[in-house]
Design a protein around this ligand. Structure first.
Ligand code: ADP
Ligand code: MG
Length: 287
């Protein structure tokens, strides 16, 4: 590889907002055959909004007060919704986040848990008929969270995140370049499949706990694949570091950018096939 052509390649990439940490990463990008994309904030805009809430104002008050303690985009959506409904937040005595599952809190003597089915199972909360509604939300690509107060199921809050406009075109180009495209998400299978369908991804790995994301990347690598992982969150950092090429996208948390080999400025997914194209052109010039 001539250092000059590599420099030209990384320079050209940089002009488009694709920052390679070093020339070797450009060369390695050329060898990729699989691209794994995180869902929230990578394929979707990461700005979810509440679309359905099936309980009363009292529950909303406890729900939003509890979620105020979480930094998750889902939590932000719920708090914003409560503000719109002019719900006053109250003091929380105890809060904890359960990665990949939800949250629990103690508020004015009430214990509240909010999250997915597994979280309800772990707390022996019966959700009964709500399962039907939950499935309906999920088939529509929404993330539905169950709410229980003092051990009793109270209702569901559903949140929708929109896909980035250019996501379907970016995925199409990646496939055309011969890459296998996979979506990785902490969300449930049905929601994941619904979003994947909207953007043209056939392969979904769902309900992956944050600490398991890197293991999933390793699993794919062990099948002899050269894997790029694209993500934005703190959660994604270990997977970005594990992948043959880690790509941090969007405003990107510091941690993700640090763990990545490539940073895409501004969250534009079309810059990923562009990066691949530049790597191919560069390597062709070397040979
Ligand atoms: P993603 O990979 O989509 O960012 P996460 O691993 O962060 O997903 O979360 C997985 C699931 O855990 C969510 O779909 C949701 O059901 C639940 N969850 C996470 N954070 C919260 C929260 N603050 N409140 C309620 N549920 C949550
Ligand atoms: Mg994410």
């Amino acid at each position: 590889a001539t250092p000059t052509s590599i420099m030209v390649g990384t320079g050209k990439a940089a002009e488009s907002g694709i920052l390679f940490k070093g020339g070797e990463h450009l060369e390695r990008t050329h060898q990729l055959n699989t691209i794994v994309l995180d869902k929230t904030g990578t394929i979707t805009k990461g700005k979810p909004e509440v679309t359905n809430f099936t309980a009363d104002d009292e529950t909303l008050q406890l729900l939003a007060s509890a979620e105020k303690g979480s930094e998750h985009p889902l939590a932000e959506a719920i708090v914003a919704y409560a503000m719109e409904m002019e719900i006053r937040l109250i003091e929380v005595d105890n809060f904890s986040a359960i990665p990949g599952q939800g949250i629990e809190a103690l508020i004015a003597g009430n214990s509240i848990i909010v999250g997915n089915r597994n979280l309800m199972n772990d707390h022996q909360v019966e959700i009964g008929e709500a399962e039907q509604e939950l499935m309906k939300f999920e088939l529509a690509g929404k993330t539905a969270m169950l709410i229980a107060i003092n051990g009793l199921y109270k209702g569901t809050v559903a949140v929708a995140d929109t896909i980035k406009e250019t996501a379907p075109e970016a995925i199409r180009q990646l496939k055309e370049q011969g890459l296998e495209v996979v979506m990785l998400t902490g969300d449930n299978e049905r929601t994941g499949q619904a979003i994947a369908k909207q953007v043209g991804i056939d392969s979904v790995i769902a309900q992956v706990l944050p600490k398991e994301k890197a293991d999933k990347v390793k699993e794919i690598q062990s099948q002899g694949k050269k894997v790029a992982m694209v993500g934005d969150g703190i959660n994604d950092a270990p997977a970005l570091a594990t992948a043959d090429i880690g790509i941090a996208i969007g405003t990107g948390t510091e941690v993700a950018i640090e763990a990545a080999d490539v940073t895409i400025l501004g969250g534009e997914l079309l810059l990923i096939p562009k990066a691949i194209k530049i790597s191919h052109e560069t390597i062709k010039n070397i040979r």
